[in-house]
Design a protein around this ligand. Structure first.
Ligand code: NCD
Length: 312
């Protein structure tokens, strides 16, 4: 596996990502994981490069882990944490902003509540743009971190039964992840959700066309014994149009040690975080709980991405 370039310049959608890209990213991320864990502090792959992080929605992990990744690679960052307080407030369009910011930085990460915003932003940018989440649409770099975590835990990306639970309608991490999983053979996806937040039909059809077997249920109890992975999501309150629907959905599931009885010993429990109350804190100390590792892995994967994407 060479460290040659990825097949895309901007990373907007998981649909752009090929298996060879995943191989390169995982290989590089593993290298950075070893370095960081061994406290090697002399990385300089991005020395002389500037990353701009533009955030129009709340974020802890995505912004911090990108910034941590850039700093660990010897690069520098400029950041806009409250995007709506920038010149956008004066009426500047995203595409004008892109013309300008791409002259100030060598790489750009953008998060914005509007679907398609990262794509729009990338059109006027001559430096690579990375989608850090565009509304309920996509979150490709989170999915790559999730894939890295699954590979680290299971040593394979095929022949897995993956349960995804919670808000399958608005969760951008779920749909992005499942499309990457669908690149690998014999994966079975179990969708577990309240009917008000079932995955959209066109999204299910797309996954099936890609070769995934899909099962849909409301009952974790019914399917839990078969799962290799349980990927839990936060109910995305900010994306509901009716507060009453959020109220109805919000307490449907809580993963606690009791519900985990009868699951596989090597079940891997994942969550992109932030968690609200869908996983009880008692689960954190169980060996199956991998969500904090998943958050750390995001730094290694983002180091790999910045390094591999930095020259466009
Ligand atoms: C997720 C997101 O922003 O989509 N968080 C993240 O990036 N780690 C999940 C969420 O907000 O629930």
């Amino acid at each position: 596996m060479g460290m040659t370039k990825l097949s895309f310049k901007h990373l907007i959608s998981v649909d752009q990502i090929k298996k060879e890209d995943i191989n390169k990213i995982l290989f590089s991320a593993e290298k950075y994981s070893q370095k960081v864990k061994n406290k090697v502090r002399s990385n300089s792959e991005c020395s002389g490069y500037i990353l701009a992080t533009l955030f129009f929605e709340p974020s802890t992990r995505t912004r911090f882990s990108f910034e941590s990744a850039m700093l660990r690679l010897g690069g520098q960052i400029i950041t806009l944490e409250h995007g709506f307080f920038s010149s956008v407030k004066k009426g500047e369009s995203l595409s004008d902003m892109s013309h300008v910011v791409s002259k100030y930085a060598d790489l750009i990460v953008i998060r914005h509540p509007k679907m398609g915003s990262a794509m729009e932003f990338s059109k006027n940018s001559d430096v690579p743009v990375i989608n850090g989440g565009d509304g309920a649409n996509e979150h490709p770099t989170q999915s790559l971190a999730d894939i890295y975590t699954i590979y680290e835990e299971k040593n394979r990306l095929d022949n897995l039964t993956i349960g995804v639970l919670g808000d399958l309608k608005y969760s951008r991490t779920v749909y992005s992840l499942l499309r990457l999983i669908a690149l690998y053979p014999n994966n079975k996806i179990v969708l577990i959700s309240h009917p008000l937040v079932n995955m959209q039909k066109d999204r299910k059809t797309k996954l099936e066309k890609m070769g995934c077997k899909i099962v849909e249920t409301q009952s974790l109890e019914e399917v839990k014994k078969d799962l290799d992975i349980l990927y839990v999501t936060r109910v995305q309150r900010e994306r509901f149009t009716k507060e009453s629907e959020f109220e109805e959905v919000k307490n449907k599931y809580c993963i606690d040690p009791k519900i985990l009885e009868g699951t596989k010993k090597d079940l891997t429990i994942m969550h992109a975080l932030p968690r609200v109350d869908e996983i009880s804190v008692e689960v954190d100390k169980l060996p199956q709980a991998k969500y904090f590792d998943q958050a750390q892995n995001a730094v290694f994967v983002r180091m790999a991405l910045l390094d591999l994407m930095k020259d466009g």
